[in-house]
Design a binder for this molecule. Sequence first.
Ligand code: GRF
Length: 182
Amino acid sequence: RRVAVLISGRGSNMQALIEKASGYEVVLVASNKPQAAGIDCARAAGIPTWTWDSKGVDRLLFDRTLSAALKDHGVGTIALAGFMRILTPWFIAEWEGRIVNIHPSLLPKYKGLDTHARAIEAGDTMSGCSVHVVTEELDAGAILGQVEVPIEAGDTPTSLEQRILAAEHELYSRILSEFVRR
Ligand code: GRF
């Protein structure tokens, strides 16, 4: 029930996870980008932070160091929230079944990047977001929960992102609360 949130950027999902925490506690926010806006928000919220600029750093060394920091903080569950770095198989095995992620599409559709542009281009009328367990294969672990969000006429990737982001903020804390109780 001690959760670490891993971010690389804005951190709006992180903020929502902190504000809506129920049944779990965010005990650490970690980032591979020391300048991430979300790190300032975490500090402002009084949450301990861990950062290391991962640029040029050996992947296994980074992941081993991060893992040690998580253990130092007594972390039990890891929530990825816009963490834009692929974790090593070593890290995923070390934390097997205890890492979750939020992805801005209705998985298994649109794994990877640019999900909103791809959904609009495909002419979809529905998109949404998914929370899933992290496994070695990108965006492919067991789906824990999804919210559907309609795509409206005239939607741009930006307008659709805004609407889906609001849904993400509701979905993630709800699913994480369930996940830590499992
Ligand atoms: C979100 O769209 C999330 O689904 C994706 O990355 C984005 C992170 O946004 N994995 P934020 O940093 O939480 O605002």
